[in-house]
Design a protein around this ligand. Sequence first.
Ligand SMILES: [Zn+2]
Length: 163
Amino acid sequence: MTSIDVLLKRNQEIGNIVPGDRSSPKPSLQVSILTCMDARIRVFEIFGLLQGEAHVLRNAGGVVTDDMIRSLALSQRKLGTREVLIVQHTDCGLSTVTDEEFKDELESATGLRPTWAVEAFRKVEDSVRTSMERARRSAFLLHTDNVRGFVYDVKAGSLTEVK
Ligand SMILES: [Zn+2]
């Protein structure tokens, strides 16, 4: 049995129990939450999210990349969100690599060097600040006055705002 099979079995057992409003694709809290793919960040539980309340965008690191700007532009211009909450975290895998090392590794394994940035970082607060600045300066976003960034401590479960 694969992990996907395990998940499908769980889905059948759990059924459709999540409360919330399913009437509109527009998030009722008008907020986008951008965070890392890290499996310890239970974003729906951390913020007590119900169905229909927020957009949740994830990638490695929870960093604002061009593709995140694509999603945020759609979220704001077509689906009515007005605030951006960026949540990166302690003990992130992106703090254990460097851009050059990982690109070298991929190039030696495949013969291809990626054109994208790995977005590795040493200090998570610096990465949060970079992502906040990218969102705030993006010409594609309608609402950049409420872009806030936080570090989630995966062990303590606490959130600390980055100024
Ligand atoms: Zn991470």
